[in-house]
Design a protein around this ligand. Structure first.
Ligand SMILES: Cc1cc2nc3c(=O)[nH]c(=O)nc-3n(C[C@H](O)[C@H](O)[C@H](O)COP(=O)(O)OP(=O)(O)OC[C@H]3O[C@@H](n4cnc5c(N)ncnc54)[C@H](O)[C@@H]3O)c2cc1C
Length: 460
């Protein structure tokens, strides 16, 4: 596929050197962190203002050309691919922190700012933004995928932390949704329609986020268990007892093995829970005591405790490198990370059955999870050219997702649909998929915004 030369000429006039058709750059913008074969766009454009995004969208609609919004390219289900060609809209140059409203605990940002960079700037104000998907994603991408991660058990997901948005819709109109007010009953909740829309309904150009004071005191802990089910049962009890834990992550023995090999560590080869506690000194100590009692009931041992920042970072290092550790030590060169989420009461069954499945396969893989939310991942290391591996992982993934759906869960707790989970969304949403298609058709009748993702749509 190639761009209409007239459109390319108009884009060159408008964007100068900020539009490129260089093949390597187009290819780079089609490489995400998934196993799917990339399909590059025909061009990449770097707008710097909301007005420029609007002009770009108007031109794309005129020439029926797909636009694929791009943040940092860390998504996991082929979200940023351009199966029909078109122009990738790289928002990395719109990366400013526009305002911090410390008294109201909020800030206004552009979408290209990355998670770590935002927190570096907020630190001086004694504030932080908690949603942490592990990768150094852009905030625009995090809004668009409704991301969550390790902190969600305490602070919620992107759905809970976005107050307002500015977005360019598929006709080029600039809309503002929401306000800085903490709550609102004013009409349809368009903010939450755009959160998780994966670039298929609008291009987000400004975001108002909730912020939190950096906790006075933080501590971390690591506990090992004789079995995965004992670890998961402890995690569920921590949630059910209402302990306001900041993070609670499971890594099974396979995950620990990969970490040990990759990071030259010597962690006990046992299912492990990682905890983080936030609050005043007394609140943290109370939470830690409650957790210690609970894990002891489930034969948790080797309780390692850390207060100093470097010790906490050391403790969490294992969890943070898990994705790349598994790829590096496994059978292939690419990661295939799948995620499901179930009600916490079903989590033990879901994980135990999944572990049995994995152990009976030649593609055994670690289970790693944000278990406080009922969310977990299986990280496979695959060779995308090895049909036998791909077929087997597809089978295991299918069984996992079906299991989660049967348990009243969802096919994705946080990674989103992209291309990879479309068929499961149809199964999960049932008749509501029609409503999603109607929304897509109404807001993007020509199907220019990230076509082929989330739902099927026949442009008018
Ligand atoms: C090691 C690793 C660990 C991860 N762990 C987690 C985790 O714990 N939790 C989690 O939720 N995710 C996790 N992810 C997935 C990923 O980091 C998130 O999906 C993240 O939100 C993607 O952000 P991004 O900036 O990279 O977006 P991209 O990959 O660039 O884009 C993702 C989607 O958002 C759209 N988009 C991007 N910017 C905009 C915009 N401004 N307007 C409209 N649409 C836009 C794109 O079109 C695309 O559909 C992990 C990924 C990796 C590699």
């Amino acid at each position: 596929m190639s761009l209409n030369p007239k459109l390319l000429g108009l884009l060159r006039t408008q964007f100068g050197e900020r539009i490129t058709t260089v093949a390597t750059i187009c290819r780079q913008h089609a490489i995400d962190e998934s196993w799917h074969s990339p399909s590059p766009p025909d061009a990449v454009c770097y707008p710097e203002t909301t007005q420029e995004v609007s002009q770009l969208v108007k031109l794309a609609v005129q020439f029926n050309t797909p636009l694929i919004p791009y943040g940092a390219g860390t998504s996991l289900e082929g979200h940023i691919f351009a199966p029909e060609g078109g122009v990738t809209v790289d928002l990395s140059r719109m990366n400013q922190l526009l305002a911090i409203n410390s008294e109201d605990l909020d800030c206004v940002i552009q979408p290209g700012i990355r998670r770590k960079g935002l927190n570096d700037q907020l630190r001086h104000e004694g504030l932080f933004f908690p949603v942490d998907p592990g990768a150094d994603a852009s905030l625009g991408g995090m809004v668009a995928t409704r991301a969550s991660g390790t902190n969600a058990v305490r602070y919620g997901t992107m759905k809970d932390n976005v107050l307002a948005l500015t977005a360019v819709m598929a006709d080029g109109a600039i809309v503002h949704t929401g306000t800085r007010a903490r709550k609102s009953a004013a009409g349809y909740d368009l903010t939450r329609l755009l959160v998780g829309s994966e670039g298929t309904l609008g291009i987000i150009t400004e975001i108002t986020l909730k912020l939190y004071p950096i906790p006075d005191y933080q501590a971390a802990a690591r506990v090992t268990f004789p079995s995965t089910s004992a670890a998961v049962e402890s995690a569920i009890q921590v949630v059910q007892f209402g302990v306001p834990i900041a993070r609670m992550e499971l890594m099974d023995a396979q995950g620990i093995k990969a970490i040990n090999e990759y990071s030259k560590m010597n962690l006990p080869l046992l299912p492990t829970l990682f905890f983080e506690f936030h609050g005043s000194k007394s609140a943290v100590s109370e939470q830690a005591d409650q957790v210690r009692d609970i894990v002891q009931e489930h034969d948790g041992s080797d309780y390692l405790w850390a207060i100093k920042a470097e010790d906490r970072n050391q403790l969490w290092h294992a969890r943070h490198t898990a994705h790349y550790a598994v790829i590096a030590t496994g059978q292939g060169s690419r990661g295939w990370t799948t995620d499901v989420c179930v009600p916490v009461s079903k989590l033990v069954d879901c994980i135990v059955q999944t572990r049995q499945d994995l152990e009976s396969s030649f593609m055994d893989a670690p289970i790693i999870g944000h278990v406080g939310d009922g969310n977990f991942h299986v990280i496979f290391s695959v060779d995308p050219d090895n049909e036998r591996q791909i077929k087997e992982v597809k089978r295991l993934n299918e069984r996992l997702v079906e299991r989660a759906l049967q348990m009243d869960g969802t096919c994705t707790g946080e990674h989103g649909i992209g291309l990879g989970k479309k068929e499961w969304l149809q199964q999960e949403a049932g008749t509501a998929i029609k409503l999603m298609e109607i929304i897509k058709g109404a807001l993007d009748p020509k199907g220019v915004l990230n076509p082929g993702k989330i739902v099927n749509h026949n442009p008018s």
